[in-house]
Design a protein around this ligand. Sequence first.
Ligand code: AN7
Length: 348
Amino acid sequence: MPGPLIERYRERLSLAPGDPVVSLNEGSTPLVEAPVISERVGASVYLKLEGANPTGSFKDRGMTVAVSRAKGAGAEAIICASTGNTAASAAAYAARAGLRGVVIVPEGKIAIGKLAQALIHGARVIQVLGNFDAALNMARVLVERYPVTLVNSVNPHRIEGQKTAAFEVVDVLGDAPDYVLLPVGNAGNITAYWKGFREYHAAGRATRLPRMVGAQAEGAAPIVNGHPVPHPKTVASAIRIGNPASWEGATTARDESGGVIAAVTDTEILSAQIRLANSEGLFAEPASAAPLALLFRLVREGKIEKDSITVVVLTGSGLKDPDAALNNVEPPIELDGDARTLAKVLKL
Ligand code: AN7
């Protein structure tokens, strides 16, 4: 059984020798073939199921390293600003480490499952009237003056942990794929994947590097537009971010890899979420469907090479945001009758 991510990759991470391992056995997530989508797009598409992490998103990879380091350094409290998943993960790892957890979230703007997670793990949840960007600014100022450790992805240990997803992709496929597609919000993850691929390449574990393809939502696409978005809007609440902290990391990954960062509409995102659920049996949250929507668009535009190997990172579980899914499907059929009525309804 795969154990803590830190035990598998410790020599490539940033921990100090005496740091404890605060872990929920994160990482080692499945890389699943997507036969229906592959057929449709004419490429071999694999899906990295980051929703299979302990708290249901990729954030656990960075959190195990950041919280282990914080604990090793003697911290008593951790804090983050979050659109939801970082909050859920920070709350869980704080609980595991016996640290105080504080999370700042945009009021009314985070998915219900994520809010439930942060609360049940005992974090102090602060809802602010502003958006994510305002919440992050508040957290950054606070940690300059008080003894609290920031565990947003501006904490380099978060990026260190998250780069292990790139290692796993290479470990499973035997080399880097042609394309890696993932959503871009605060831009830590695309920065981390690119770091991971470059490090494995430099160590001779991969013979080549992938093109990094980032998806933003049209109403929250600062990197695509080239300027911050003061009031970001999208159904994909996880990536409703107007001024990403790792902006430069994202454009570096894009430019060095010969990739692209582009925006997709909410309609494309929701339709990709449903296509994924219907055709491959996988339920990802809206932000995670954004790169899939972008893949469909790039294929229509002839921009993905035939027979290429493509990895789409499904960053978070669909169970995080049941409202987004329920708003977008037919309601259940109500039945008042017996098996014969049921057979009729089902047109059997
Ligand atoms: C499911 O939780 O920013 O570009 O505060 O939850 O590294 O920010 C979440 C981001 C993609 C974007 N997919 O990753 C937060 C937060 C999901 C996410 C992203 C997030 P980054």
